[in-house]
Ligand binder design. Sequence first.
Ligand SMILES: [Zn+2]
Length: 113
Amino acid sequence: MAFIIFGSKETFINLDAFFIKCPSCETDNWADVMVTSEYYHLYYVPIFPFNKNAHVVCKTCGLKRYGIGFDKKLIKNLEEVKHQYKHPWFTYIGLGLVGLLISFIIISSMLRG
Ligand SMILES: [Zn+2]
C-alpha cells in the first residue's frame, strides 16, 4: 500500500517593525513582527496556503508572542501593508498544477469534439 505524505508546513513571508499594543507593557510600542505562511503539502510539494501567522517581539520589554493572528487587531494599518505579506507564489504550485491539468482535460476533450 502506498504511503501518502501529507501535512502542513510554514514558510517565511516578511519581517518588519510595527507600532502595536503590547499586553505586557500595556501601551503601544515598537515590535518586530515576522509573518509566516502556512500551507498544505503533498509529498513536500506545496498545494495551497491556508493561514498567516505573526510572531511578535516587543522591543521595549522583549515579550515574545508566537503564532498569533496576522489581522487588523494586531496591525492597525493592515490594509496599507498587506500587499507586502502575500503568500509566496510557490505555495500555490499544487493549485496551479491542478488548474493546468483541468484546462488540459477540457482542451483535449474539445479537440476530440
Ligand atoms: Zn512590551
